[in-house]
Structures are given as structure tokens and as C-alpha cells.
Design a protein around this ligand. Structure first.
Ligand SMILES: [Zn+2]
Length: 479
């Protein structure tokens, strides 16, 4: 993320050495650190991108459309190279090429709908910020598209935990994509003394957009970034959380609740690095690269294997513990310990996972139950101003085993039924004003308040009304 008026010394100086002959280009390698990277080819298969406009000449100044283009192209290309080996189809949900729309107008925002990645620009205290110029944000949006290609069911699921996992996957994608840069790995290990689970420019997501949003809404984002993978949040059933809260508190809003899973992921990544390193107190950047690759495999396999149910976090966590055994025998205790401490898994669930991964190999656990369509349920909807039942996809995959999260007193949290979870999620969507009625329902009874981007819409379908997701709005505000 760059502000057009930010100091340009380092990047500008490096621009001077950028030539077509060297096939390198000056970019933001991280939000907000400049660097020089190989000139990317956004159309390279698999997981290719399509930018509507012709590629500009590299070498332009920060704050220009050309610089924005090459920063986004480099980060997206790097992220696609990381994830592509884990997606055998090589395709996005939309097909072979994912369109990227770098500046769609004024908004402190970015979003993924199934047709493109969308970015915007908006005012900041010292200039203009472009969400498409932040490697963190573009790799977060790309993460939505990757998860959608791996597992399409969370897209439409009326589920707090499925929506929040999508947001967490975006942030995890930003972190893992950043770790594919050798210069960044070396810098992070130097800055943290080899102890990865510390506040750092790796854990801080989208510092510059965070600054811009904070200027307008001081309590809507972290003090030093948009979201931080180092935080103190632990699992609570989102059905019982407030629907919105300041950034310092946890709410059921997907970006807010995503921080629980992202924290566990980041803490597990740090533990895995210590376990893998020849010298656990002084890991090398090559070892950090290898651990990032292992974590990519574990995350994709875990997401693929986990059924979309009301307590999706616990199911993904349990699946990650199981599949990690196939990567390194030292990983399962680390993952299990982190998920236990963060209450994403209960003691009972962790014991079950342990028994399972001792008795069966991860490969023997078929993911088929977690890949089918979700059930559609009809919710009574008069209180939404509708005169017909509302059809929604409930988090209703069959469970392969019973993974549950824990309450603060360590007791197991019984997962809500798929219908209860769906109704709680839909209530929140209407209360936040996120549903476009599109002319359906009695005008005087519609809950079309506020001016937030509508993430869902009502559509008529075979004489019924269905709630359909339009996009993942990374609205970047927890309220
Ligand atoms: Zn997002």
C-alpha cells in the first residue's frame, strides 16, 4: 500500500536501476517496505490473471498507475506460484484467468466476487491510498479466490465460522505469500530474533490502509495496522458474540472473528519453525521457507477435508492436526497445543484427533463427505419484511468425527444445529444492512439501512426467495 505523497527515497532510488534488460522491477515487497523483484508475467499459467489494460512500462514512480500495476502483478504472481501446486486443476473458480480491477473508484475497500478481484482508492492523512498497491491486500483478496477454488461451499454457506475462515484464509495467504520473498524472510528473522510469533511487519496486515481507516474511525482498526496475526483473542461461539464491536473486542463480524483463527495459524507457524530448525533458537531463512510450504500444504488439505458445519473452525483445526502428521511427526503436538490454548479445540476433541491420527493415516480419511453441496433450508422471514420463507444454504455437511471447540472454562461447546447457525448468520446480515432486497418484500418493512456495500442479495427462484452471496467485502472495518 502506498500513499502518493509518502517519502519516496528508497523506492525511487531503486527505480533508477530498473531496466527492461535486468527484467526486474521496483515494487512494495511488503506493506510498507520497498524492494526489487523479478518482472512478473501475470498471464503465466497456471492460476493466471487478466488485467484489462495493457501492461505499462516498468520503472514508474510510487503513486503512479504503473507502479501500482507492477506491485500488484508481482504480489499476485508470487501468491499464485505459492498456491498453484496445491490446486491440481490450475483454475480459479471463474476459470483459467482471474480478472484484476486495480482502481474501481473511491472507497477504502477491496473485494472478491466471483468475476474479479476489485480494488479502490481513498483519502489518507498524507495523501491517497490505493488498496491495489498493497501486497498484503492483493494477496488477501487472492486468498479468497484460492479458497473458493479449493472449496466452493463456504462461499454460499450461511455460517459465521465459514465466512470468518474465508477472511482468515485471506490474511494467511498474505502472510504465506510474503514469506516467499527471501529478503523478507531474512528481515523478519533478524527483527524477531528467530521467534516468529512477535509483532512484526509480517504479523501486521495492511499498515497503510489501517492508517487511512483509523483517521476516519479511530476504534475500527488496530493501533498499528488493519489486523494483526499476533493478538490475544480466543475462541468463543460467534453465535453468542455481539454482531459488531470496536477492533479491541471480538465480534461475530467475519473480519473480527477471523483474528482468532489467524492468530492460531501464526502461532503454529512459529512453533513449526522451531521444531523444524536444526537450531531452534536460530532458524534459517531456508527453514522458514520450508515451513511456509509445509503450512500451505496443511492448510489446503485441512480446509479441503473439513466439513462445512456450524463449528467449522474446530473441524478445520482437527483436520490440520491430522494431515500435519504426514509432513513432520513434530507438527501434530504443536498444532494441537495451539488450537487447545486458543480454545478452537476442546481437550476432548484433541484427544479424539490424537486417537484418530494414531489409528489411521491422513490419506485414509476421505474428503468426499466435505465436498458435496450444502442443504437448503427455509427460514421464517416475516421479521425481515418478507412474506415468503427465505431459502439459505445451511452449514450442513455430514461430520466424519466430532470436533468441538472449548468454552473459557475448558468445557466442550456443543455446536449449534445447522439451522440455528444459519439463522444467526442471516439475522446478522440483515441487522448490518448487508442484504440488497432488489425490490423484493414490502418496501416499508425492508431492512435496507446504511450505505455499506451489500454482500448478499435476495433473488426470486422457483416461486421462492433465496439469499445469495454477491461478494466477500473486505470492507476492512470490523464494524
Ligand atoms: Zn476479505
Amino acid at each position: 500500500m502506498a500513499r502518493s505523497t509518502r517519502p519516496r527515497g528508497a523506492a525511487t532510488q531503486r527505480n533508477a536501476v530498473t531496466t527492461a534488460a535486468t527484467q526486474q522491477v521496483s515494487v512494495w515487497e511488503d506493506d510498507p517496505e520497498p524492494g526489487i523483484q523479478p518482472l512478473p508475467d501475470p498471464s503465466k499459467q497456471p492460476m493466471a490473471y487478466r488485467f484489462p489494460a495493457k501492461a505499462p512500462a516498468p520503472g514508474a514512480q510510487p503513486g503512479t498507475a504503473s507502479f501500482r500495476y507492477w506491485t500488484a502483478a508481482e504480489a499476485l504472481h508470487r501468491g499464485a506460484d505459492f498456491w498453484a501446486p496445491r490446486l491440481p486443476s490450475g483454475n480459479w473458480e471463474v476459470g483459467a484467468r482471474l480478472p484484476v480491477l486495480l482502481d474501481e473508484g473511491v472507497d477504502l475497500n477491496a473485494y472478491y466476487h466471483r468475476r474479479a478481484l476489485n480494488f479502490f482508492h481513498g483519502p489518507a492523512p498524507s495523501g491517497t491510498v490505493y488498496s491495489g498497491e498493497s501486497p498484503d491486500i492483493v494477496c488477501h483478496e487472492m486468498g479468497h479466490a484460492i479458497l473458493d477454488a479449493i472449496k466452493p461451499q463456504p462461499w454460499g454457506a450461511a455460517s459465521h465460522e465459514a465466512a470468518a475462515f474465508h477472511e482468515s484464509f485471506g490474511d494467511m495467504s498474505a502472510i504465506l505469500s510474503a514469506l516467499q520473498l527471501q529478503s523478507l524472510r531474512s528481515a523478519i528473522l533478524r527483527d524477531t530474533g528467530g521467534h516468529l510469533y512477535q509483532n512484526s511487519r509480517l504479523s501486521r496486515l495492511a499498515e497503510q490502509l489501517g492508517t487511512a481507516i483509523r483517521a476516519q474511525h479511530p476504534d475500527a482498526v488496530n493501533p498499528d495496522c488493519l489486523r494483526n496475526a499476533v493478538n490475544s483473542f480466543t475462541y468463543q461461539d460467534p453465535i453468542n458474540l455481539p454482531q459488531m464491536a470496536p477492533a479491541a473486542q471480538l465480534s461475530s463480524e467475519p473480519h473480527s472473528f477471523s483474528r482468532v483463527f489467524t492468530r492460531a495459524f501464526f502461532e503454529a507457524l512459529a512453533g513449526m519453525l522451531a521444531a523444524k530448525a536444526a537450531n531452534s533458537t536460530s532458524p534459517t531463512e531456508q527453514e522458514l521457507l520450508a515451513v511456509s510450504q509445509d503450512m500451505g500444504d496443511i492448510l489446503v488439505a485441512g480446509a479441503r477435508q473439513a466439513p462445512v458445519v456450524s463449528n467449522f473452525y474446530a473441524e478445520v483445526a482437527a483436520a490440520m492436526v491430522q494431515v500435519s502428521a504426514g509432513k513432520n511427526p513434530g507438527y501434530p503436538p504443536i498444532l494441537k497445543g495451539v488450537f487447545l490454548r486458543r480454545l478452537i479445540l476442546s481437550l476432548q476433541a484433541a484427544t479424539t484427533v490424537e486417537a484418530l491420527h494414531q489409528s489411521v493415516t491422513a490419506a485414509a480419511i476421505a474428503p468426499s463427505a466435505a465436498t458435496g453441496p450444502l442443504d437448503t433450508v427455509a427460514l421464517p422471514a416475516s421479521h425481515y419484511g418478507l412474506d415468503q420463507p427465505l431459502l439459505v444454504e445451511s452449514p450442513s455437511h455430514p461430520r466424519q468425527f466430532y470436533a468441538v471447540s472449548a468454552a473459557a472454562d475448558a468445557s466442550s461447546v456443543d455446536p449449534a444445529s445447522s439451522i440455528t447457525a444459519a439463522r444467526a448468520f442471516v439475522d446478522d446480515m440483515f441487522r448490518r444492512g448487508r442484504v440488497d432486497y432488489d425490490g423484493i418484500g414490502r418496501p416499508e418493512a425492508r431492512l435496507e439501512h446504511g450505505h455499506r456495500l451489500r454482500t448478499h442479495e435476495l433473488v426470486r427462484e422457483h416461486g421462492s426467495i433465496r439469499l445469495r452471496r454477491r461478494l466477500f467485502d473486505c470492507g476492512l472495518q470490523h464494524r
